[in-house]
Design a protein around this ligand. Structure first.
Ligand SMILES: [Zn+2]
Length: 245
């Protein structure tokens, strides 16, 4: 099944034949399940092109403007109503709100885009990234906040984690304050990075956090499923869902 984004891109590119085939396919899915209904709702985007899959077709399956086959082999409805690429006001669908795309690793970029597409297909909703690639200082701040809240996620490299926690504990014990603690933790993380040890995939741009606190349980499930399909390892956190590619 061709996806709506492919059809939309085809329309945007002026590739009417491809868009046409996609829309024909789109008319076929079962309508009983929620996903298909959501897809049809998303198909509203296509209505601004006056693109009507129910238009009568001639014996070759072509659409005709008046319900009868004409001599012209072009699909009249489409050619007459689709704006030319130059005039079409169509923004490519971007269902992931994120300002740090360029800092992500290529595999994370592809995986996140795919996750966003799949999630949108299933729910019609967008995703918001709250954290992407982090500097050692950004990672130290994130870990400081978690330690303050007692909501530290599990780190697979426990030795590296304990080094950072030790820096945190020492700073807290000596009354160094937040800045002192974050600075001490940053130094430890920088030293680990210089030895090729990454406490978090955020340091290499291989991970993103998606805001989940405003999602229903069903939406969280859809996100998890979409991310896994896109090749991510998923960690459920308090306010976010962490995706690692
Ligand atoms: Zn994360």
């Amino acid at each position: 099944m061709m996806s709506l984004s492919v059809i939309a891109k085809a329309l945007n590119d002026g590739d009417l034949a491809l868009a046409w085939i996609g829309a024909l396919q789109l008319g076929l899915p079962e309508l009983a399940d929620g996903a298909a209904v959501n897809r049809m709702a998303a198909a509203d985007r296509l209505l601004k092109y006056n693109f009507n899959p129910a238009e009568p077709r001639d014996s070759h399956g072509r659409w005709t403007t008046d319900g009868s086959a004409g001599a012209d082999p072009q699909p009249q409805l489409v050619t007459q109503n689709v704006p030319s690429p130059a005039t079409a006001q169509f923004d490519p669908p971007s269902h992931v709100h994120f300002s740090g795309w360029d800092k992500l690793s290529p595999k994370a970029r592809i995986g996140l885009a795919r996750t966003g597409d799949l999630y949108y297909e299933q729910t019609g909703g967008d995703l918001t990234v709250t954290s992407g690639k982090r500097t050692p200082q950004g990672q130290a701040q994130a870990m400081y906040d978690n330690l303050q809240r007692n909501s530290t996620p599990h780190y697979s490299n426990q030795a590296a984690f304990h080094q950072i926690v030790e820096a945190y504990n020492d700073a807290v014990a000596t009354g160094a304050g937040q800045q002192g603690a974050v600075d001490a933790m940053t130094s430890v993380i920088e030293q680990q990075v210089s030895q090729g040890v990454y406490i978090s995939a955020h340091l290499t741009g291989d991970a993103v956090d998606i805001r989940s606190r405003d999602m229903s349980d069903e939406e969280k499930d859809e996100l998890e499923e979409a991310a896994i399909s896109a090749g991510a390892r998923v960690v459920i956190e308090t306010n976010n869902i962490h995706l690692q590619f």
